[in-house]
Design a protein around this ligand. Structure first.
Ligand code: PLP
Length: 456
């Protein structure tokens, strides 16, 4: 750590504090500490401006699926910028990268999901979902079918529609959300909310909340149900095995559209290309983003199934919706290269057959730690829930304080995990190697010991 390095950090932090408003940050909490400045990355590691090396247990924000530093993506962006840096896909135009990307995505998606509408992010994808769902029902001559049902603690982005479809209380409190026409049901969070029910029983109960809500609102008024296969930002909430089959039964029974938000689970995170394939769900719409480009450039989209695509194409006329950057050629070229790497290097297979089984084995060992009430996970997603008393599931006082402490100690130990309340979350790059998984869990165990010590 050089003096010059230190000065650089201080200067950057001062400028950051003076000019930069951060997403999801309480600026007062930064106090004299300043923001952490991440300067570079390679593989599964990050380096901050002080020269500290951190193992990125979160793949950025659940997105750097192929790991950092793949020059092929930079080359693809460079080539495409020289060839055609920008053109739009409005008004009967297209360009090769968007065409090829739509084709490549359709090849990996469930068979009936074979059209893609491109967006700039996952939030825009969910805004698109809301407009598309309502357009679909208008075209069916059922304009009263307006309401979309989401779940408490679900996350579908930060735009007005995304935050409304999501079920984050703190987001709803700011700015009069949700907007009208959106309802929420309970999440399938057995450890936290299952009461006396066993896991399978609770899974059925949680799924049947959907049926109850449909009946309460009137089946002819409900347009769609939206959910993440595994709730990510809500704390890696893995649904009981009974949950998704029952949801599928209910959406089929009432004919409502099923929107499966694949923004986190898509592109290999569960060990399958999409979470819908992992759970054997038949969605009508799948919002995507994140792993689509491994985060190297911003891009999202909605994969559209036959039912909605046929209505939009055959009956819909012009859909008055789209973004300047829908299908952006440079982002599309980067996404294509990312998909090629995921496929040709067998990264999704590696995640399914090697990395995920090992990650899940090692995370379950943390269940022996006295601070840990539950561990859960699927594929390359995991959560460790910290409790005061493992037997009674009593929480620590001060909502999320134990999690925040643990997260800060993690960073001191050279590991990035995220805290959601008192759950410690992990979602590393899919390419993480076994010895790096060992490093992750050695650091996590050491951090749990330090956290336990400090909590007394
Ligand atoms: N949907 C899910 C499931 C997400 O996890 C996120 C972001 O974390 C979004 C949507 C929003 O995506 P973005 O941040 O790209 O707008």
């Amino acid at each position: 750590m050089t003096t010059a390095g230190k000065l650089d950090t201080a200067r950057l932090q001062a400028l950051d504090a003076a000019h930069h408003l951060h997403p999801f940050t309480d600026h007062r909490e930064l106090g004299g500490r300043g923001t952490r400045i991440i300067e570079r990355a390679a593989g599964v590691y990050l380096w901050d401006s002080e020269g500290n090396r951190l193992l990125d247990g979160m793949a950025g924000l659940w997105c750097v699926n192929i790991g950092y530093g793949r020059s092929e993506l930079a080359d693809a962006a460079h080539r495409q910028m020289l060839e055609l840096p920008y053109y739009n896909s409005f008004f009967q135009c297209t360009h090769p990268p968007a065409v090829e990307l739509a084709h490549a995505i359709a090849e990996q998606a469930p068979a009936h999901m074979n059209h893609v509408f491109f967006t700039g992010s996952g939030s825009e994808a969910n805004d698109t979902v809301l407009r598309m769902v309502r357009r679909y029902w208008d075209l069916q001559g059922q304009p009263l079918r307006k309401t979309v049902i989401g779940r408490t603690n679900g996350y579908h982005g930060s735009t007005v529609a995304g935050a409304s479809l999501g079920g984050m209380g703190a987001m709803h409190e700011q700015g009069d959300l949700p907007i009208p026409g959106i309802a929420h049901i309970a999440q399938p969070y057995w450890y936290g909310e299952g009461g006396d029910m066993d896991e399978d029983e609770f899974g059925l109960w949680a799924a049947r909340q959907l049926e109850a809500k449909i009946l309460e609102l009137g089946a002819d008024r409900v347009a769609a149900f939206i959910a993440e296969p595994i709730q990510g930002a809500g704390g890696v909430i893995v649904p009981p095995a009974t949950y998704w089959p029952e949801i599928q039964r209910i959406v089929d029974r009432y004919g409502i559209l099923l929107v499966v938000d694949e923004v986190i689970c898509g592109f290999g995170r569960t060990g399958e290309w999409f979470g819908s394939q992992y759970y054997n769900i038949r969605p009508d719409l799948m919002p995507i983003a994140k792993g689509m480009t491994s985060g190297y450039l911003p891009m999202g989209g909605v994969i559209v199934g036959e039912r909605v695509a046929r209505a939009l194409i055959d009956e819909g006329g012009e859909f008055f919706h789209g973004y300047t950057y829908s299908g952006h050629p440079v982002a599309a070229a980067v996404a294509l290269e990312n998909l090629r790497i995921l496929r040709d290097e067998g990264i999704v297979d590696y995640a399914r057959n090697e990395a995920a089984p090992y990650l899940q084995k090692r995370i379950r060992e943390l269940a022996d730690h006295p601070l840990v009430g539950e561990v859960r996970g699927v594929g390359m997603l995991g959560a460790i829930e910290l409790v005061k008393d493992r037997n009674t599931r009593e929480r620590f006082p001060g909502k999320g304080a134990a999690g925040s402490l643990c997260r800060d100690l993690c960073i001191r130990n050279g590991l990035v995990m995220r805290a959601v309340g008192d759950s410690m979350i992990m979602s590393p790059p899919l390419v993480i190697e076994p010895q790096e998984i060992d490093e992750l869990f050695d650091k996590a165990w050491r951090t749990l010991n330090m956290t336990a010590q400090q909590l007394g």
